[in-house]
Design a protein around this ligand. Structure first.
Ligand SMILES: O=C(O)CCC(=O)C(=O)O
Ligand SMILES: [Fe+2]
Length: 284
């Protein structure tokens, strides 16, 4: 049990507004310290307001690491970037999540599918040692584009950078996944676990992941939504729509799953963002 702290409405609103504006938890804690708050008390307050486990805040403050960038959450009702009016049709605080409408045009979705189709392979995940591995939790097929590999990919990367206020070079290469009936992606976190032995290696370049954007390239006939069990939310996969969610390492509210496709197929493009510029390590 930790002691109950009373948090003033002004402080609560300031913490929410500061993180919405793209400042990370380490920065919020630093500002609070400068204003005379006791660091331990600040951590409990921030954890409570953002509904994060205390452990998530401790992970971020370890080893005097330089605070990295954080994404700015797109604000309702809509954001204009790159000639697109991107609608924000749902906002959730824990996890920090937005449903984004019209992120991609129909033709862009079709082009991404056509470019990816001949390059599909059984999808891989990063294991605890930082190696790419076939993962039985993810039964789909996938491929990665390199950063700015073709003009269409570069344009989408620039659009997301403008939308989220984080430069495109913080992104991992765009990943395309293809699911057939029965295929799914079981519940998981996108952040890397600081407790795992491979954490240092995985985050040596680019640091921790800070946010994910899952863009739906088609509308599966049935099933294939993205579920967030903590808020009890299922996003419908619809062509051109995306779900954006942001997290700190250790944020358990960001648990999510690609639900099984029941009929038809499902295509998505996923962009993971890092707190620092990311370059794919050279192959050994
Ligand atoms: O397929 C989905 O809906 C979710 C995909 C996902 O979680 C990911 O690519 O990290
Ligand atoms: Fe994921």
């Amino acid at each position: 049990m930790h002691p109950h702290t009373t948090i003033s409405p002004e402080l609560r609103e300031w913490i929410l507004a500061t993180t919405r504006a793209g400042h990370g938890v380490p920065e919020v804690l630093k500002l609070m310290k400068e204003h005379g708050y006791d660091p331990r008390q600040s951590r409990s307050i921030v954890a409570e307001v953002l509904k994060l486990p205390l452990a998530a805040l401790l992970a971020g403050s370890a080893k005097g690491a330089q605070p990295g960038l954080r994404t700015k959450h797109p604000e309702a009702p809509e954001v204009h970037v790159d000639g697109h009016a991107i609608g924000v049709s749902l906002s959730v605080d824990a996890p920090a999540l937005r449903i984004l409408e019209n992120v991609l045009g129909a033709q862009e979705c079709d082009e991404l599918i056509a470019l990816a189709r001949p390059r599909l392979q059984r999808a891989l995940t990063v294991d605890s040692e930082g190696r790419q591995q076939v993962d039985r939790r993810r039964t789909s097929e996938g491929m990665f584009f390199t950063l700015n590999e073709v003009p269409l990919v570069g344009r989408i990367e620039q659009r997301l950078a403008a939308l989220l206020g984080v430069p495109a070079n913080h992104g991992e290469g765009l990943q395309i996944l293809h699911y057939l009936p029965g295929q799914e992606y079981e519940p998981h976190f996108d952040w890397f676990d600081p407790e795992q032995p491979g954490y240092e290696a995985i985050t040596a370049v680019g640091g921790q992941r800070i946010a994910s954007v899952v863009m739906y390239l088609n509308t599966p006939a049935r099933g294939g939504g993205t579920a967030f069990p903590e808020p009890g939310l299922t996003i419908t996969a619809r062509r051109g729509t995306a779900v954006y969610f942001a997290y700190e390492g250790g944020d358990r509210s960001s648990l999510h799953a690609g639900l099984p496709v029941l009929e038809g197929e499902k295509w998505i493009a996923t962009k993971w963002l890092r707190e620092r510029p990311y370059k794919k390590p050279a192959k050994a």
